[in-house]
Design a protein around this ligand. Sequence first.
Ligand SMILES: [Zn+2]
Length: 248
Amino acid sequence: MGELKSHALVLRTRDYREADRLVTFLTREEGKVTAVARGVRKTKSKLSAVVEPLTLGFFLLHRGKSLDTLIQGEIVKPYRKLREDLLLFAYGQYFCELCEAALPEREPSLPVFLLVLTALEALESDSQPARVARCFELNLLETLGYRPAMENCQHCGSSTGPFYFDFINDGLVCKNCPIPGESRLLSGAAAAVMKRFLNNGFHRLSVCGVPSSLNYEIAHINAELLKKALGKSRFKSVEFLQSLEEWS
Ligand SMILES: [Zn+2]
């Protein structure tokens, strides 16, 4: 029992019983935690604004036997710009879906918490949301222990592209070395961008030009890597972005 006081990001909410919502939080202290927010679908609820998706807040949760209950909450950052733009909101939701799929309940992961907040900040300021998404995907993979080997060819050490991306060993193989069975052609430029995203994170991201052809290449590699790492390849937010033709 007891209580948990923590900064947390609202990853997802869904209706529960008549007037409640089940809220999936990514808490700073204890990782992913699901709690019931009672009465928040009633118009007079004081808590309804703090459990909107993509809200960073400070929350007090009461531990229950099977389910925690939200007692109090205050907004720390509402990510208003993301809320007011359908496209940016969908990208933000995608980041939340990835975090939800990546983490088990109640396993603290401060690196993932900090990474997603950095990514949401970048999404608010960057003119290319797809670039932020590719950078987030790769850094999430690294944080979870699935960093692909992007430095040079895994066999001969060559740093000259084009490469094949080898999905057995998750890294580059150059065109002069034996082509791996499960692989995909990757341009030298796309490999360089992926390497930069992994080495520099979101630092000065806006100076890293990612034309749509490179975004397309990187998105396909990342999707395969995420499928292997998370065991999940369908995301509602991606289907929505695809419907807007805002995906690779
Ligand atoms: Zn080679």
